[in-house]
Design a protein around this ligand. Structure first.
Ligand code: GTB
Length: 216
């Protein structure tokens, strides 16, 4: 049975692959599983039909048979547990990969998100310039630590895993900030993720949606 996910009918990221369906698409591609996509408008996301799938009226969601899931990390963990290729077989390695998945969304993503939301919503406000150094410092603190952990390693913990899907997609949000120029280790890590054929197939698929929506 082919799973169905939801994605923006017209993503505000203009096809940059920054919306969170991208990480789910990438996970499906890594485990060579086909998937269908239901595109939803902002109005549809807040309507009863979608709220039954996602209590917070967001994308992405996942439906397969009788199972409906929301929350990109939960969806990717389910995909990784259902198909070989995204989690190590040994229990300790598996537990560490899952811990890194949580670290991506619970420790690294929050300061990145806070900085990007401030830029999006507050950059014309009088307090923005005063706030920016603190927002930058919070992001850089995490990047310093992550960069030190990664060192010369290719991936977060041994072989490529769902943790790298999560972390690379979290870090990509910094793409336009200029901050990654100061973190060559992390820039190379992101580039390694983006170079994977599975990533490229997922990116092309979400870009196709944007092009179709804009006639481009
Ligand atoms: N924690 C949830 C998860 O990981 O699944 C967060 C889901 C989420 O934030 N979904 C966003 C959404 O549905 C889309 S991805 N927003 C609509 C709403 O809340 O009403 C976030 C996103 C949006 C836009 C950009 N962008 O334009 O660059 C990047 C990321």
């Amino acid at each position: 049975m082919t799973a169905t996910i939801t994605a923006f009918a017209a993503s505000p990221d203009r096809g940059q692959g920054l919306a969170r369906d991208m990480r789910v698409r990438w996970a499906f591609e890594e485990v060579s599983q086909p998937y269908d996509v239901r595109l939803v408008s902002f109005a549809e996301m807040k309507a009863a039909e979608h709220l039954a799938r996602h209590p917070f009226g967001q994308i992405p969601t996942f439906e397969e048979g009788g199972l409906t899931l929301f929350e990109s990390g939960g969806i990717i963990l389910h995909i990784a547990e259902s198909h070989p290729g995204l989690l190590p077989d040994d229990p300790d390695g598996r537990a560490r990969a899952i811990a890194w998945m949580f670290a991506a969304v619970n420790t690294v993503e929050p300061p990145i998100l806070e900085r990007s939301m401030a830029w999006l919503l507050e950059r014309d406000k009088p307090w923005y310039e005063a706030r920016l150094p603190m927002l930058d410092a919070n992001v850089r603190n995490r990047l310093d630590q992550l960069s030190a952990h990664l060192g010369d390693a290719e991936w977060l913990d041994g072989a490529f895993s769902a943790a790298d899907v999560m972390m690379v997609t979290v870090l990509r949000r910094l793409g336009s900030s200029g901050i990654l120029q100061d973190y060559p280790t992390l820039a190379a890590y992101i580039a390694r993720g983006e170079a994977r054929p599975a990533y490229q197939r997922a990116f092309a698929a979400q870009l196709e949606v944007f092009k179709a929506a804009t006639g481009g």
